[in-house]
Design a binder for this molecule. Structure first.
Ligand SMILES: *[C@@H]1O[C@H](CO)[C@@H](O)[C@H](O)[C@H]1NC(C)=O
Ligand SMILES: *[C@@H]1O[C@H](CO)[C@@H](O)[C@H](O)[C@H]1NC(C)=O
Length: 270
């Protein structure tokens, strides 16, 4: 999801992503007559806890899922293509700390997920949580922003078009799940995810800052780019939270529809 720098940060005062979340998190009523995932789709590689190279197998299996999500999975509802990924709105409200902003991003288009590399995926055979390490060489997020606030010592007020390009993203996702049964299969109920990440570069541009005072706009964009490291550090909690909310909604939708036992055949049945 997403990486965006400016909208992100820290923590406590968040309100929402709810728009996003409310669009994406829809519990799917299961019409048993036409269940698209009645039989296992070809693209899912099935692994077993009791096989010797489970982690390698499961890493490959998740890579296969990502590759397929890029263009969209037939029959999967409420999950569009992930490259480009379109998000109607992201809101950020953060009161304290190095970043204090009231911002929104709309008509967001994120590209770059097609080159997602799944480095490692571990599934616990005790609590069925996942630890997933993924690498994204380059991502670009663009959209319309509205922003009032301050990042580090820089006041940022304006609205217009913006883009962010983080590169060399290394993401670790820790996801908790509960198992449940439905239609003769075991399913994951994805309950929460925590994201931690590092990036090796960031370029960004925010157009029409300061209501079009061009000199201030240019010098501020220059400053943000020259100081991308502290800027992205300051924004990290917000970005991580944004990514978590987007990923959680997507994973809940996917695993509510595709049985978990297609991925790990020897998951316990209650
Ligand atoms: C954030 O900005 C929106 C739109 O400008 C405004 O309606 C809202 O009251 C602001 N919220 C806070 C806490 O300042
Ligand atoms: C999934 O977990 C949530 C939160 O723990 C719970 O409210 C919900 O009922 C669970 N759904 C299923 C299908 O078990």
């Amino acid at each position: 999801m997403s990486a965006t720098s400016w909208n992100v940060w820290s923590a406590s005062t968040w309100m929402l992503l709810s728009c996003l979340a409310s669009v994406a998190i829809v519990v799917i009523p299961t019409a048993s007559a036409s269940m698209p995932f009645d039989t296992k789709p070809e693209f899912i590689k099935t692994c077993r806890f009791d096989q010797p190279n489970f982690v390698d197998c499961s890493t490959e299996s998740v890579q296969g899922l990502f590759d397929k999500l890029v263009t969209g999975i037939e029959g999967l509802e409420h999950v569009g293509t992930i490259d480009p990924m379109k998000i109607s709105k992201i809101r950020i409200l953060q009161g304290d700390g190095p970043v204090s902003v009231n911002a929104s991003l709309s008509k967001v288009v994120v590209t770059g997920f097609a080159s997602t590399k799944v480095v490692r995926n571990v599934v616990s055979n005790k609590d069925f949580s996942w630890e997933t390490h993924i690498r994204l060489p380059k991502m670009r997020l663009e959209g319309n922003y509205h922003m009032q606030g301050r990042i580090l010592v820089i006041p940022l007020n304006g609205h217009g078009k913006c883009w962010f390009e983080p590169s060399g993203m290394d993401i670790i996702m820790r996801t908790t799940t509960d198992l449940y049964q439905k239609n003769g299969h075991v399913f994951y109920n994805v309950t929460a995810t925590k994201v931690d990440y590092t990036i090796s570069g960031l370029r960004l541009h925010m157009g029409n800052l300061f209501e079009g005072v061009k000199v201030l706009e240019d010098s501020t964009n220059q400053y943000l780019n020259d100081n991308w490291r502290p800027v992205s550090e300051a924004l990290k909690p917000i970005i991580a939270k944004t990514i978590e909310d987007i990923l959680l909604a997507i994973m809940q939708n996917i695993f509510n529809q595709i049985p978990a036992d297609y991925f790990v055949a020897d998951l316990p049945r209650a």
